[in-house]
Design a protein around this ligand. Structure first.
Ligand code: TIU
Length: 222
């Protein structure tokens, strides 16, 4: 059993029953010159999650933990793109339109793929999701269930959008989630703080919050 110092209290987990889930570390959200930056966002706020996430990823691989990567995006023909999502924001260049790194949030495009630093290793499942939550319209729950996974360590972007939505979905499905605060990022510093507080408040209403250092220390001692 591994024990991680966390809020609101210690997170105990068995590495073989726990998966590392890395949410949407895609070039279009995180890399300079991507869609996120084209929208006027400061991507350095997201990029700083890459290095600590890489350390967590390396440690999880060494311990043979299940590692799952997600990507937000849509089919080339956009048949899985709700009209509401297409229209939202009244953007000049929105989902499916040409962007700086290919068609925006379309599967198979360069900008849709995961950043080089966190590239999935052969055999690591990549979940392509059409929504913000990693469980909606995906086979993630089956994959976790079939491997006997009950707990998730969560990294990725953005903290208040896809990370929060996925943690809430996981929580309602009976998974314990540990979110590592230096391995998640938001374009809005105030949302980063609030989104993490929302998870751990009220006795851990959606889960636990810790950081990469405390997670790595706990895993090393298991
Ligand atoms: N992955 C994810 O969070 N998708 C978003 O749309 N995030 C925003 O912050 N917009």
């Amino acid at each position: 059993m591994a024990k991680v110092d966390a809020e609101p209290y210690e997170f105990d987990f068995e590495p073989k029953r726990c998966a590392l889930v890395i949410i949407d570390m895609q070039r279009d959200f995180v890399d300079p010159g991507g869609f996120g930056e084209a929208l006027g966002n400061d991507v350095s706020l997201l990029r700083k999650a890459i290095a600590p996430t890489k350390k967590v990823l390396d440690a999880a691989r060494k311990r043979n933990m299940l590692v799952i990567h997600t990507r937000e995006g849509h089919r080339q023909d956009l048949s899985d793109l709700p009209q509401s999502k297409k229209l939202r924001g009244k953007l000049k260049a929105g989902i499916g339109d040409p962007g700086p790194m290919g068609r925006i949030l379309v599967r198979g495009e360069y900008g849709h793929d995961i950043v080089d630093e966190l590239k999935p290793a052969p055999g690591e499942p990549v979940v392509d999701k059409p929504g913000k939550g990693a469980f909606y319209a995906t086979d993630l729950d089956s994959m976790l269930h079939n491997r006997g996974i009950r707990q998730l360590v969560v990294c990725g972007v953005t903290t208040e959008v896809c990370v929060n939505t996925s943690v809430r979905e996981a929580n309602d499905r009976g998974y314990d989630c540990l979110v590592l605060e230096d391995c998640v990022g938001s374009y809005f510093p105030e949302f980063q703080v609030a989104a993490l507080n929302m998870i751990k408040a009220q006795g851990g209403i959606f889960g636990w919050v810790s950081d990469s250092k405390r997670f790595l220390a706990g895993l090393a001692q298991a």
